[in-house]
Every structure is written in C-alpha cells, then in structure tokens.
Write a protein that binds this ligand. Sequence first.
Ligand code: GSH
Length: 217
Amino acid sequence: MTATITAFEDSPDQGQGQARDMRVRWALEEVGQPYDVRFVSFGDLKEAAHLALQPFGQIPTYQAGDLALFESGAIVLHIAERRRGLLPDDADARARAVMWIFAALNTVEPPIIELEQSFYAEGDKPWHRERVPLLQDHILARLDNLSCYLGGADWLDGEFSVGDLMMVMVLRRLHGTGTLENYQNLSAYVARGEARPAYKRAFAAQSAVYTSKAPSR
Ligand SMILES: N[C@@H](CCC(=O)N[C@@H](CS)C(=O)NCC(=O)O)C(=O)O
C-alpha cells in the first residue's frame, strides 16, 4: 500500500531539507517504502480538512489505508516499526534507538527552535539582542553533551538507526549558523547521515519540487 505524506507546496527553504517532511521522506527511503506526496499551501494548513488530519495545522502528515498520523517523530517511528532497516533486532537496542528519537526531539531540538523563532517573534524587541546569547548558550550546552557522548563513534548506538536519522535532521537545522562547525565530530556525524543513499534520494525528491524535476512516482 502506498502511503501519502503532506509537504509544503512552497517551502520557506525551497527544498533544502529543513521542512519536516524531509524526516519522513528519509525514513521511507531507508526502509524502501514507496510514497506519494500531497502538496499543501500555508492557507490549506489552516482549513478544516487539514486540521482534521493535523490539529495544529502543520506538515507533515502520513496516511496509509485507514491510518492517519501527524508529528514527524510518531510517523518516523511508525515507519521504522513496520519495515526492516531503521530499528535493531535486539529489544534493548530498539528501546535505545527510540530513546534517541525522543532525545533529538525533546532535548536537542527545542533550544534550536527557540533561537530560530526568536528572530521572527521577538526580533524587533529592544531586549532581543541581549537574549540571543542566552539562547545560543542553551544550544551549546546540548551540543557539548552530545559531542562528548558521541566521541569518535560513527553513530549514537552502534549501527545507524532511526535515532540517528532524527538526530541528524535536528542538527541540520543549525546549518548556516556556524554553530555545528565548532564540533568536528558532530559535523562529521551529520555529513555521514547526509551521505547515505536514502538521505540523498529523499533530499533530491524534496528539492526537485523547486527545480521542477520531481520524479513521477
Ligand atoms: N512537532 C511537529 C512540528 C511540525 C512543524 O512545525 N511543521 C512546520 C513545517 S516544518 C509547519 O507546518 N509550519 C507551519 C505552521 O506551523 O503554521 C512535527 O514534528 O511534526
């Protein structure tokens, strides 16, 4: 059964892998699950039809048969659970892979998003300039710990897993900020993720939307 996901018709980053459908596309490519994409505008996101699928008016969503899901973490975990390739066989190692999804989404991503959003939401406030270093420090504290934990390993827990997929996607949000470059092992970790054939296929499919070379599926 072919799943259908939603993605931006016109993404703010023009298909450079930051919109969260990229996480889902990558997971689908890793497990070899075919998918269709339904493109939505920012207006569509707030319409009743989309809100019935995603109560917060966001992308991505995932539909396959009777199942409809939202939240990129839940979608990616579902994909990983249904097909081989993203979760280890060993039960304890599977639990740890899931733990890393939560760590990426609950511990590492929030300060990154807070800084990003501060520019849109508070950029014009007189105190914003003073707040930025504080928000940057929150990110650096997480990166220090993560970098220390990863050390010289290729992946967070042995073989590549869905936990790495999510962590790489979260760290990629720092592209262009100069932050990741201070951590040689984290930069190499992200590059390792981006070098995976499944990542490349997902990225090409997302960016092709903007270069009008989208392969028909
Ligand atoms: N926690 C959600 C966040 C989804 C999210 O923020 N999606 C963004 C695009 S990457 C969006 O739809 N933004 C439009 C909006 O919030 O109005 C997830 O991981 O799926």
